[in-house]
Design a protein around this ligand. Structure first.
Ligand SMILES: O=C(O)C(=O)C[C@H](O)C(=O)CO
Ligand SMILES: [Zn+2]
Length: 278
């Protein structure tokens, strides 16, 4: 197990970051190493961002020293999305079979978490996002078909996409975690443009389903001070409350978004109009 600690940065400082510094602070690489759990602890929203790629023996989710608790879920809630082959997640005494793109909400106090692949030829890849919690709700599986979905954008603006809200108040109860998946139609490449910010919540994007030779140019920064990160398949980006988060790919892709903060209201966004962008 590895854990990488990220400190929060003031936007006045970020304005002067080089490309290397921007990537070191906001990009999360190497999430899925076969047979390992890799975690990043961000002081933005106290997110824990991780990947578990079990091959052979089951993998346990450890409680790193940064959490200061005996088990990972003692004071936290966790969203688990399977972006690989069929997988098995055990939470305490319960077991959940997660097909490709299924999600699981693991509640505070639910016990130890372990990950397994069910098909050695097509291992599971579990993306993890966790925030501090205050109440023990139910641990529930959310299949992609059970998501609340909406189609946004159109082909003329190359942003036709389906948003699947999965850990969302209309689907399951969480403390502060709100998560889902956005899939772009073939030929569409823009997400979240026009852009927005939401000062009440921070967000993490995991881009996947990207071909080896494709990249997403992820836009970040204050609306009048935008910067970009060039992102490859299965890399994540941390988006602080003051930052836009939008991307344009060299072809279609899918991403998992997840938020934590003061509310769980997906619609609580401050729109950024085109004339505000610099
Ligand atoms: O494609 C989109 O637009 C999104 O998926 C936007 C994210 O869900 C988001 O930024 C939620 O705050
Ligand atoms: Zn957002």
């Amino acid at each position: 197990m590895t854990i990488d600690i990220r400190q929060a940065s003031h936007p006045d400082a970020v304005r002067h970051f080089t490309t290397v510094e921007l990537r070191r602070h906001f990009l999360v690489e190497g999430l899925f190493s076969p047979g390992e759990v890799n975690l990043t602890y961000s002081h933005i929203e106290r997110f824990v961002i991780g990947g578990a790629a079990p091959v052979g023996a089951p993998l346990s989710l450890p409680a790193p020293r940064s959490l200061g608790t005996a088990t990972f879920l003692a004071r936290r809630e966790l969203g688990i999305f399977n972006i690989g082959g069929p997988g098995l997640v055990r939470v305490g005494a319960r077991r959940f079979e997660l097909a490709h793109r299924d999600a699981l909400y693991a509640a505070m106090g639910a016990g130890e978490v372990t990950f397994e692949s069910q098909d050695g030829g097509e291992p599971a890849r579990f993306y993890l996002l966790s925030t501090p919690a205050h109440t023990a709700y139910d641990t529930v599986q959310v299949r992609l078909a059970e998501a609340k979905s909406m189609v946004l954008g159109d082909q003329a603006t190359a942003n036709r996409r389906t948003i699947f809200q999965m850990l969302h108040p209309d689907v399951c109860t969480t403390c502060q975690l709100v998560m889902g998946m956005t899939k772009l139609d073939e030929g569409s490449i823009w997400n979240t443009m026009p852009a927005h910010v939401h000062d009440r919540r921070s967000e993490v994007y995991l881009y996947f389903d990207l071909k080896e030779d494709s990249r997403v140019f992820h836009m970040m920064g204050e609306p009048a001070e935008t910067r970009h990160l060039v992102i490859a398949n299965e890399q994540a980006v941390i988006s602080p409350n003051w930052s836009i988060h939008s991307g344009v790919g060299t072809r279609a892709y899918t991403f998992i978004w997840g938020m934590g903060g003061d509310n769980i209201d997906y619609t609580d966004m401050d729109p950024v109009t085109m004339d505000m962008l610099r």
